[in-house]
Design a protein around this ligand. Structure first.
Ligand SMILES: Cc1cc2nc3c(=O)[nH]c(=O)nc-3n(C[C@H](O)[C@H](O)[C@H](O)COP(=O)(O)OP(=O)(O)OC[C@H]3O[C@@H](n4cnc5c(N)ncnc54)[C@H](O)[C@@H]3O)c2cc1C
Length: 447
């Protein structure tokens, strides 16, 4: 009898996992994906929508069409998981049994958890680009904005793509410069972190870029209230940042059903997991991938992609009656749009900060420095996402870390896959070595 692999969530992680499993597992494994809606969103494109660089309609595609033939798609919400009986209850009344369960239901926005964030100012003076509707509405508001105090606020981690709010600041600087309004705008980045980013080397580079672009930074600001009518961010300690226009990245939590499923989640609804992506050792056959995990790795599509490789290997071993043996080392990479047609690319893992050098591949992209090539790479990634990454095609998107970043576990996996791909240069830039400020940081000219 065919074993059944049930995948909860048909977003980035669920789709690429399903397709990779279909390619590698035999047809004695039935694969079914469940999602509550039929709109697969290319989320990195949300960053471009407010600046008129991406039409919202282009970013969404039907889910079933992203799945290889032979994979079932069932549109229904997950109501709860019963780990004892190995079943999933759906909100359409059906109950589905599984042999292997992959949880890929991501992270959800929880604006209701911040006082007044969904209040009267929402959609007028307070916006977000973290949802498709929000980004589309923000496009109109940005086009109408004539000047004043604009704040970008990261309420707290974890969030999807922790560099996206910084990218938003940089693109705002570029967008307003292009419209001749930059001098009429006080642009402030307000973050709960103690710097622009969590990784030290990256923090130095990005803080320098913010400074060069005249973006003020308020750190360690624990937003307690977003008062859209009064035009104030208020922290739990009583600090205030006034604004005329706020772009807020709200708190994130795991899917709600996780909290209803005994033994599955942590208090925020994320799913605890080990580095083999098993949700809990007590429940063999339950795996978790992507934003739904409680891992300290960034919540990013690239992470979902690298995790997917580990996950599929371990699921296949589990189905073959062998113990999982591949481990995820936190590999993450991300382009950061910095405006004026430029972007740095960062690449790091749990044990190594972002490094300089070149990302291995035929187009060797520069790491941790602004370049036009990276910006073009970021734009081209949309095509790669739909046609290489999501279908789970082996190839360019599988390129691994530069050797500088390969920890033992990644190196093992890399060797197992023919380690020639693991090459690169370990070299920190002189500016990073001696601390920020060693570089000419004049604002690039308008394109
Ligand atoms: C503005 C923005 C920019 C970004 N830029 C980048 C970038 O440049 N690079 C990068 O690597 N990453 C980026 N990301 C992050 C990336 O999009 C996510 O990390 C990635 O989508 C995570 O994939 P996932 O499958 O875990 O979650 P998702 O893609 O969110 O998928 C989760 C799925 O689960 C479904 N679901 C949830 N609850 C239920 C339920 N109860 N029942 C049924 N289905 C359910 C949802 O409908 C959804 O389809 C960005 C994100 C944002 C918001």
């Amino acid at each position: 009898m065919a074993r059944r692999g049930v995948i909860l969530g048909g977003g980035t992680a669920g789709t690429l996992t399903a397709n990779r499993l279909r390619r590698s597992a035999g047809h004695d494994t039935e694969i079914v994906v469940f999602d509550r809606d039929d709109r697969h969103l290319y989320r990195p494109g949300l960053l471009f929508v407010p600046f008129g660089m991406a039409p919202p309609a282009r970013l969404a595609r039907p889910r079933a069409r992203q799945l290889l033939s032979g994979i079932g798609f069932h549109q229904a919400g997950v109501d709860r998981v019963d780990l004892e009986t190995k079943t999933v209850a759906l909100d359409d009344g059906e109950t589905v049994a599984y042999d292997v369960l992959v949880i890929a239901t991501g992270a959800r926005l929880a604006p209701e958890k911040t006082e007044c964030l969904t209040g009267p100012g929402s959609g007028r003076t307070v916006h977000t680009f973290y949802s498709l509707d929000g980004a589309a509405a923000l496009a109109g508001a940005m086009a109408r904005f004539q000047g004043g105090r604009l704040v970008v606020n990261l309420v707290d981690l974890p969030i999807k793509c922790p560099v996206a709010p910084l990218g938003f600041c940089f693109l705002t600087d570029w967008f307003l410069s292009r419209r001749g309004l930059r001098d009429c705008v006080q642009l402030t980045y307000v973050t709960s972190l103690d710097g622009a980013f969590t990784k030290a080397t990256c923090n130095r580079e990005l803080s320098g870029l913010l400074k060069d672009k005249g973006v003020e930074v308020a750190t360690e600001f624990a937003t307690g209230e977003v008062d859209g009518e009064g035009g104030r961010l208020v922290s739990y300690e009583g600090r205030e940042v006034p604004f005329d226009f706020a772009v807020v990245v709200p708190l994130h939590e795991g899917a709600e059903y996780v909290g209803r499923s005994e033994g599955l989640g942590d208090p925020l609804g994320f799913v605890p997991t080990d580095d083999q992506l098993q949700a809990a050792k007590a429940w063999p056959g339950v795996f978790v991938v992507g934003d739904a995990t409680h891992l300290r790795a960034s919540k990013a599509g690239s992470v979902a992609h690298f995790e997917g490789e580990i996950l599929v290997h371990n699921v296949r071993r589990y189905l073959a009656g062998e113990p999982p043996d591949a481990r995820f080392g936190g590999h993450t990479n991300c382009f950061i749009e910095s405006g004026f047609g430029l972007a740095p690319l960062i690449d790091f893992n749990d044990t190594l900060d972002p490094v300089t050098g070149r990302f291995p591949g035929p187009v060797s992209l520069p790491l941790l420095m602004e370049s036009r090539l990276n910006h073009v790479g970021k734009l081209a990634f949309e095509h790669l996402y739909w046609h290489v990454l999501l279908p789970g095609r082996p190839g360019e998107s599988d390129r691994n870390l530069s050797s500088s970043e390969v920890d033992d576990d990644d190196a093992d996996l890399c060797r197992a896959r023919g380690g020639a791909r693991c090459r690169g240069v370990l070299r920190r830039s002189p500016a990073v070595e001696r601390g920020h400020g060693g570089r000419d940081r004049r604002r690039p000219r308008h394109p």
